[in-house]
Design a protein around this ligand. Sequence first.
Ligand code: ZN
Length: 228
Amino acid sequence: MSRHHSENHRTDRVGWLRASVLGANDGIVSTASLIAGFAASGADTRSVLLAGLASLVGGALSMAAGEYVSVASQADVEGADLATERRELEQYPEGELRELAGIYVRRGLDPALAAQVAEQLTAHDALGAHARDELGITHEMRARPLQAALASAASFAVGAALPLALAALAPAERLASVMVPISLMCLAGLGALAARAGGAPMLRGAVRVTVWSAVAMLATAMVGRLFA
Ligand SMILES: [Zn+2]
């Protein structure tokens, strides 16, 4: 039981870490690509930095909006499930008690103990017990749309700030040759971190992210060249 519990916690933390690494990853790749494209077109530094800033703001808001919609609809489903459960508990308390006891029997308790556990948990917090053991919704796991939206926006913005800062600090004529390799190095690091968090080989994770990010930057740079 405690083993299962701690595993749950790890999965949960990995989920958050993974989400923020992916957000930062997106922020670096899309902003570095945009900057590389503008720089390759021969745009002046001011335009290049403006494009990078627009990518940071637009990308962060788009991540927030997407995450909000997705998590909010998940929260709606949970809310509807809980409302149904609450209604059933009011209308059929005995059926719900039997249902709860049945769940504990399936998990390995003998029928007498299961009935006792179900009765005591029902007396303590009937809806909470059904939410957790029947629907699998715990308080810590409840979908929180605003929190998820802010976390996505923040991790994207942190990622996007890296190539933007490099572009601002690098001398104008060497902008791409400074920003691209350093951005790729950071992406490799994040790829390795994400792989490690998920228990996958770090090198493979790093190489995969780096190759695809390099392709993205190269592609936008080539588009920029077309307009040079
Ligand atoms: Zn129920």
